[in-house]
Design a protein around this ligand. Structure first.
Ligand SMILES: O=C(O)CCC(=O)C(=O)O
Length: 325
């Protein structure tokens, strides 16, 4: 209790999901070396620092590089920057990535036309494709977006590829696990979504984010085979958190930290299909540390594909996203 009281005084926050050490990090530096904080993580996070996964994410996500000023002033809430929104809420909406959407949606349609639904059965919930999309390339050369991503990580980012994801109306919480509230078990990492068509409301199954949950060091981070512990009851999340729906327009989308508690709007009865392109970015050093420890978390989301293609250090060829060490 003395330990917790001492850390609380310095900004420790906790919830039923995990420890939020962001404020504490402003007060105690470097946090990863702080004896009291380490004792607390050992005591309450599943596996504690003895778990290679927790230790790696602890070192990567709570290192000194992402410390920021304890408070900042913004003259008007409307003009909050994308970086401030990501830090505060765990996500930010982008209205227009500046892409040639006619070309991009033609390429996406072509890729999906030659892709069978993923499970090969008629009621399959999704179609995915990693087909090359030349019209997406300008996004990977967009300096403003790259700076936002590396500023959020507090250092260089690696690019881990894109997936076209088409979510079909037949999907349910049983067949599409992402309809359940969860975190991705990867700690801090970003997914950037590009919408191929407008997503005006919940009937289009937008991603939902429990606002401000991205800072958690989850108790369930390393639950071994019990990955189910990273999934949460909808009623609980929805009654205690502000939920943001990632609605948007074609050519825009959003960027979010998959350490947030998130899901997608199931909207039973809706006949809408949702089609989007998802690009994935990790901070440098994280994945190599996880792989060295022999961990097979979904970071990147499709580790098998990455290994098959030799993308162990990220995808080569993008100056703004240098290869990982
Ligand atoms: O389909 C969705 O909107 C949820 C996606 C998701 O869980 C993820 O991107 O990690």
């Amino acid at each position: 209790m003395v330990l917790v009281a001492s850390l609380w005084k310095n900004g420790l926050e906790s919830s039923v999901f995990g420890l939020d050490l962001r404020l504490l990090q402003k007060m105690r530096s470097p946090l990863v070396m702080d004896t009291e904080t380490r004792q607390l993580v050992d005591a309450v996070v599943h596996g504690g620092l003895k778990s290679p996964l927790v230790r790696n994410l602890w070192e990567q996500d709570w290192g000194t590089s992402i410390r920021r000023p304890a408070c900042s002033f913004s003259p008007n809430n409307q003009s909050i920057s994308h970086l401030a929104a990501l830090e505060r809420d765990g996500w930010t909406r982008i209205d227009d990535y500046g892409l040639d959407m006619k070309a991009l949606s033609t390429q996406v349609s072509k890729a999906l036309a030659s892709t069978p639904p993923s499970t090969g059965d008629k009621a399959a919930p999704i179609k995915t494709s990693q087909a090359t999309l030349p019209a997406l390339e300008p996004l990977l050369r967009n300096k403003t977006i790259a700076k936002l991503i590396s500023d959020y990580f507090g250092g260089p980012a690696r690019y881990d590829g894109h997936t076209i994801l088409q979510l079909l109306p037949s999907a349910t919480a049983k067949t599409y696990a992402s309809y359940q509230w969860h975190h991705d078990r990867c700690g801090r990492r970003l997914k950037l979504w590009v919408y191929v068509h407008d997503i005006p409301d919940l009937s289009y199954h937008p991603t939902l984010v429990a606002r401000g949950t991205q800072g958690n060091l989850y108790y369930s981070l390393d639950a071994g085979a019990l990955t189910i512990l990273s999934r949460y009851a909808g009623d609980y999340i929805e009654s205690r958190h502000t939920i943001d729906a990632m609605t948007g327009v074609a050519g825009g989308g959003f960027i979010f930290d998959t350490n947030s508690i998130h899901s997608a709007a199931e909207s039973p009865g809706s006949e809408q299909t949702r089609t989007a392109i998802i690009l994935e970015f990790h901070p440098h050093h994280k994945i190599s540390a996880l792989k060295k420890a022999g961990l097979s978390n979904p970071c990147p989301s499709n580790p098998k594909l990455a290994a098959q293609n030799g993308w162990l250090q990220g995808i080569p060829g993008y100056q703004l996203y240098p290869l990982d060490k």
